[in-house]
Design a protein around this ligand. Sequence first.
Ligand SMILES: *Cc1c(COP(=O)(O)O)cnc(C)c1O
Length: 420
Amino acid sequence: MKDGTKCLHSGYSPKNSEPRVVPIVQSTTYVYDTVEEIAEVFDDPTKSLIYSRFGNPTVMAVENKIAELECGVGAMCTTSGQAAVLLSLLNICNAGDSFISTTEIYGGSVNLFSHTLKRLGIECIFVDRNLGEEEIERKIRPNTKAIFGETLANPALTVLDIEKFANIAHKHFIPLIVDNTFATPILCKPFEYGADIVVHSTSKYMDGHAVQIGGVIVDGGNFNWDNGKFPDLTEPDETYHGISYTEKYGNRAYITKARMQLMRDFGVYPAAHSAFLLNLGLETLSVRMKQYCENAMTVAQYLSSSDKVESIKYPGLKTDESYLLAQKYLKGCSGVISFVIKGGKSAALRFMNSLHLASNEVHVADIRTCVLHPASETHRQLSEEQLLAAGISGGMVRLSVGLENVSDILEDLEIALSQV
Ligand SMILES: *Cc1c(COP(=O)(O)O)cnc(C)c1O
């Protein structure tokens, strides 16, 4: 099936007289005739359902749909994108381990990597994504267990050279984890370029309607964990009767361990109702992504020709530093644009407060056009110097272009710019 068809049909195929739409199975638990049958499921929880802390039919339908869209072997949903990023690393990193991440990643991930994971004894080594392969390789130590980056970085809007980072990772027998939130599998399938694990905040384009927070981890199924570096996947797990995940689950070892061990213990599994809503978003993902990209391209061209605009960042523009990488890896550059208004912070605030159609909100990837002011909102805690280092100026506006008719979006921008 092609993507548009998978969006509608993957993950759920009703049989005779069953509901057309994925049912909301709102139940914490599942019944069995005998104790022996429940005991059997405890021996191998992948066989059937036990308890909705780590498995539920509505959520699993969505997991299977996302796994098919990414062309992976399995997926596990989480209650947020943050939880997906966290568990994707905890599944392979223990206290005393390290991992590499590019510097241009989501602010929540920066906090998690540089502070909270550090407190758990896991060190993040940040690297500039533009460094050469050898320079990056020199940062890899014997205890380094993964490389992490974002396909289309939030908020930097730079594109990751996935093949370069996959090559480096595989040379050192460690996986590449890619946060594919902004691109979605419609614009990029990181597994095709050598990524091993994909994570998403489903709160963004996958949901699209700004109705529920969620995340997902997808296993590409191609990484060989049995290389001596990942004993937690290859050696017996005493908390599951001494099974070895690689021996028992083969190329689904990583995602099975994430569910059986981490989801069991941390319990960040979404509710059936959230998964039902996420599924509605996914059904139209393919048509929506096409339109977000088309609208944003028109808006980016308009803004780059405006004399009120100092600079603009959108990898779909030929002048953008990530243009060539975007051409290679992306089928479109999503709806998110950042630009700097001439006149600094006061001009940016005046512009944003003069918008009528676009709303001020801390979100991106909504179906409706929205804006946020990084220096006053998402990056408010940073000092003047830190803002400068992060490339965030007072005049910077982050615009998430929605699905309204683009001429209405342009008119709204034009009127607000005229107030500056
Ligand atoms: C939003 C976001 C996250 C965090 O997701 P939540 O669902 O808000 O927890 C992680 N990575 C990226 C790239 C994001 O945009």
